[in-house]
Design a protein around this ligand. Sequence first.
Ligand SMILES: [Zn+2]
Ligand SMILES: [Zn+2]
Ligand SMILES: [Zn+2]
Ligand SMILES: [Zn+2]
Ligand SMILES: [Zn+2]
Length: 279
Amino acid sequence: MGYDIERFIGPINDGLLCCICRDVLEDPLQAPCEHAFCSVCIHGWLVHENFCPEDRRTLWASELKPIFRYMKNDLNQLQIRCKNTRAGCTFVCDLEHAAAHDRECPFDTVECPSVGCTVMVERRQMEEHLQSCEFRTRECPRGCGLPLLSTEDADHNCIAELRTTLELLRSEMICKVEDQKQEMELRLDAQRRHMVQRESALQSQVDELKSQMSRLTQDVQILSDKEKQRVEETQRLELEKKELMDLLRSLHIREPEERIITKKHICRQCHKTEKVTLL
Ligand SMILES: [Zn+2]
Ligand SMILES: [Zn+2]
Ligand SMILES: [Zn+2]
Ligand SMILES: [Zn+2]
Ligand SMILES: [Zn+2]
């Protein structure tokens, strides 16, 4: 929205008026067709339309440019009255500096800066209001350093206030510690569960190894039994062999007298008789 044409002193060139609001251009932009508009006015228009409101030529927001420099100079040199003329401000300046005056005009109505206070007063009366503002805070002059509302002044007790603050801090600390404790417990719980899982896995491995071990022990037992049997068998056989050998040897010793048989044999060729020994 442009500046109210009534606020200006002296005649104004038509070219410095917005084609939409017909007031004096504020934050001006111009279309390729050279029609100029307040930034707010033309952007509002282009939300629903896509042509220049003056000559209906196609227009896109991306085509908007700053106005010519000579126009800008003319605009800046217009003499404008303060927007608070009705409230009593008689300030007049060129448009270029109007915004700076608006920010500090003593007749401007502003909100009290105290938190919670909704009083609106003219800037020039703010100092007076703050003297009596219920929500005005200042640092305690008696040393605790806490902000004081002016209404609290009489019954403010530094020690009690500090104690309350301390209590507050302590309960915050307790909350934090409690939170941390819970978190630690959760973590510990998770670790404990993990350990239990691992322990049971290890236990089943141990069980498996034990059963393998007992199977091996059985096998070894069987083998050693067999070995024992074999050794016994060998010993028995050795014994038998020895007995047989003994028997055989005793037979050999007796035989010469008993078993050597002498036969008389008559040779078929020479017809001589010869002695033959049979074993
Ligand atoms: Zn406008
Ligand atoms: Zn146009
Ligand atoms: Zn003013
Ligand atoms: Zn106030
Ligand atoms: Zn205090």
